[in-house]
Design a protein around this ligand. Structure first.
Ligand SMILES: [Zn+2]
Length: 121
């Protein structure tokens, strides 16, 4: 589970990556073990593409769903979700607590758009 170290840094562990991935948005037509959708930009994320450094800026990172109650909730598996590093960096979240937004997004069915789909348009 995420925790805060003595220097006040939030530390994620390997199992947090799995939970953040599990909590991310499913696409109906792809394997959710390898592909999910970023709830902010609605584009696909590849599980293998975990953000390490500036060489893979299309990668994903772990973010908090509700950062307004971080002190209470930081150590919860249900409060983390995978999002693109670039979306995280762009700071485009509309509020500190995105749990209602994410719940609404999860009520909809999302499909991956392939290169083939784009050709047929
Ligand atoms: Zn994104």
């Amino acid at each position: 589970m995420p925790y805060i170290d003595k220097d006040n840094n939030i530390i994620f562990e390997l199992e947090d990556m799995e939970w953040a991935w599990t909590n991310a948005i499913d696409l109906i037509d792809v394997d959710d073990k390898s592909l999910k959708m970023c709830y902010l930009c609605k584009f696909v994320m590849k599980k293998d593409d975990y953000y390490q450094d500036s060489k893979n800026e299309t990668g994903w990172v772990i973010d908090f769903i509700n950062s307004s109650k971080l002190k209470k909730n930081y150590n919860s598996y249900s409060n983390i979700i995978a999002i693109h590093y670039n979306c995280f960096k762009a700071d485009i979240k509309t509020k500190a607590n995105m749990s209602k937004v994410i719940k609404r997004i999860k009520t909809l069915i999302w499909k991956n758009i392939t290169e083939e789909d784009l050709k047929n348009d």
